[in-house]
Write a protein of this length. Structure first.
Length: 567
RNA sequence: UGGGGUGUGGCCAAGCGGUAAGGCACGGGACUCUGACUCCCGGAUUCGCAGGUUCGAAUCCUGCCACCCCAGCCA
């Protein structure tokens, strides 16, 4: 679990909230929201936004809404609503009874549009999409007024009603806010606020053939719900001027519909090294088969993290530690891994699993004898109890724990040397058996009966302790080792003519099919995480694992200073 | 002379005029029946750069520089 920070959590948004509270804004109410569009899967960058909004509401005794921004039926689907709901629940952000859809307010929004028209602040424009773009001007040149800008209120009302009634084809007309075609802020150059879309909506069906645009819809929805602090990412900074324009107009023209004045604040979106976060890129990875799906454990999606075995507590701790600021940043993947290890170290029971087995025969062990040894579930935590592991004449150890010709400071097994088997005895390597190609296939060792774990009176001191599993009792398992999906810290750093997909790590997934795990894992809770001692943290794959076909995902490896030193 | 932002150690990030928090990463050491965990110790004379104001500046002012975002009838 996350430790409580020994310093005051501080960021610019909390500072704003504290100041607002001091000044008595919004009658002291704090109300946030998370507004996903149901058009894709959530990733860890969304988790940052969700947890930020949720924790602010929680910490200030405020409220947190979940509102789907479903204004574009062409891209949206119930399937995504379902997955998003599941992800947010998993993260622990509780919207209580405030699950909304922006489409719930389509009628109110239509009325608001009518009022804008009547106030002479919106007009129906017949320009084609290309013409609208041309009239908009460029970054450095002002735009020019649409020839339809000064239609009469009556004509606008009539045309807008006919748009709504489905009399015009898609793209033929739009409703625009009348603001300023010369504004330096492109969003203010008479933005489109309604477009014609003869598309069936996942919630409203065929009721509408005009749909509001985000810039019109979002601020108004915030105002309707009584949101006080509308947090979004930096790229919406330029939209804030329009956001305020809409809210001002709502307050003036439709006060009975709104519950206050929401303010928009922007913070930097999350980037993490060696992965990608944009919906477009994630979609390509899935559609072009670079990964096996949205929940492939190598993906940064919430679904993938969950499937991999990462806990929501670790994700929350991570989001807490990265902070909230406005500068573009790229957080080191090592921090996420650290948060995962810290969480799992405290709760994952220790078991033994041999990933790449090498058979060892204890020559002086009584044939057929089996001794059930006690293994602590969580060293240092007696309440976690123990479990039993069978020790017998034939065991497996890790191939890499034996070296015929070891380097200095190799604390494991080698010819004539001793090592302790975790929780069992000290053994000595007497003989190395090889196949015709010279590959080591078996070790003959002797054990010292005086060295039983916990009852060792031999006075022997060995540096190395290795894990093992009884051949006779071990359970076969498949283990999937995951590594960064991308070789580069920034996957977009690609050579001329290449793109991020050329930086994919060919070894991001390593499947080991001949692993052996201790029998205690036979009936384990599929929801629990384990530490395979000296190997890392593992989780039963929820999709592919079954009683007779154990499949473990490595959530994250252990820190390994030996491997690092020998790089 | 378009608009909006951002620049604090390798990566995040506090700081808001009183003399550089914290975390990750990294290096060194201790401990260890997980080369894990844990525990110590180490690091910015300096806050994009240059001037200025001040007894005193990362914090205020001026001017530069670098980088990010915006020209969907996407969100």
């Amino acid at each position: 679990m996350a430790e409580t920070a020994d310093y005051e959590k501080s960021n610019f948004i909390l500072a704003i909230i504290n100041k607002d509270l001091e000044e008595g804004l919004n009658d002291g109410r704090i109300h946030t929201r998370f507004p996903p569009e149901p058009s894709g899967y959530l990733h860890i960058g969304h988790a940052k936004a969700i947890l930020l909004n949720y924790s602010i509401a929680r910490d200030y005794q405020g409220k947190f809404n979940l509102r789907f921004d479903d204004t574009n039926p062409i891209k949206e689907d119930q399937e995504f609503v379902d997955s998003i709901l599941q992800d947010i629940k998993w993260l622990g952000a509780d919207w209580e009874d405030r699950l909304f859809f922006t489409s719930d307010y389509f009628d109110t929004k239509y009325e608001f549009a009518l009022r804008l028209i009547k106030a002479g602040r919106a007009y129906v424009c017949d320009l084609s999409p290309e013409e609208i773009r041309d009239y908009r001007g460029t970054l450095t040149e002002p735009g020019k007024d649409s020839p339809y800008r000064n239609r009469s209120v009556e004509e606008n009302l009539d045309l807008f009603a006919r748009m709504k009634n489905g009399e015009f084809p898609d793209g033929s007309r739009v409703l625009r806010a009348k603001i300023d075609m010369a504004s330096g802020n492109l969003n203010m150059r008479d933005p489109v606020i309604y477009r014609i879309l003869h598309a069936s909506h996942h919630r409203t069906g065929d009721k509408w053939c005009i749909y509001p645009m985000y810039d019109f819809d979002h601020p108004f929805s915030d105002a309707i719900e009584g949101i006080t602090h509308s947090l979004c990412s930096i790229e919406f900074s330029d939209n804030r001027l329009l956001y305020d324009w809409i809210v001002d107009n709502a307050l003036e023209l439709y006060p009975e519909a709104v519950k206050g004045r929401p303010r928009q604040y922007e913070f930097a979106r999350l980037n993490i090294t060696n992965t990608v976060m944009s919906k477009r890129k994630l979609r390509r990875l899935v559609e072009e088969g670079f990964v096996q799906g949205w929940d492939d454990p190598r993906m940064p999606t919430i679904a993938a993290l969950r499937r991999r075995g990462v806990t929501s507590e670790a994700v929350a701790d991570f989001c807490d530690r990265i902070g909230v600021a406005r500068s573009a940043s790229m957080v080191d993947m090592a921090l996420l891994e650290h948060c995962i290890r810290e969480d799992l170290n405290a709760k994952a029971h220790r078991v033994m699993g041999v990933l790449e087995p090498l058979k060892v025969i204890i020559t002086n062990w009584p044939e057929g004898q089996v001794e059930w040894l006690e293994i602590e579930n969580l060293p240092g935590d007696e309440d976690a109890g123990t479990h039993k592991a069978p020790f017998a004449q034939e065991i497996y150890i890790e191939q890499e724990d034996f070296m015929e010709d070891p380097p200095k400071k190799f604390h494991r097994l080698s010819p004539g040397k001793e090592v302790r088997l975790k929780g069992a005895y000290i053994i000595k390597c007497e003989e190395v058996i090889k196949d015709s190609t010279g590959k080591v296939v078996e070790l003959r060792c002797t054990y010292d009966p005086e060295t039983k774990s916990g009852e060792d009176n031999s006075g022997k001191k060995v540096k190395g302790v290795i894990h093992w599993v009884s051949v006779q009792h071990g359970l076969p398992a498949t283990v999937r080792l995951y590594d960064n999906l991308f070789l580069n810290e920034n996957p977009d750093d690609a050579d001329e003519g290449q793109d991020f997909t050329d930086n994919i790590n060919p070894e991001s997934l390593l499947v080991l099919k001949d692993c052996i795990v201790e029998p205690a894992l036979a009936d384990c809770d599929p929801e629990s995480r384990f530490q395979f001692m000296r190997k890392g943290y593992f989780f039963l794959d929820p999709k592919d694992s079954s009683k007779n076909n154990l499949v473990f995902n490595r959530i994250v490896g252990l820190r390994d200073s030996w491997a690092k030193k020998n790089k």
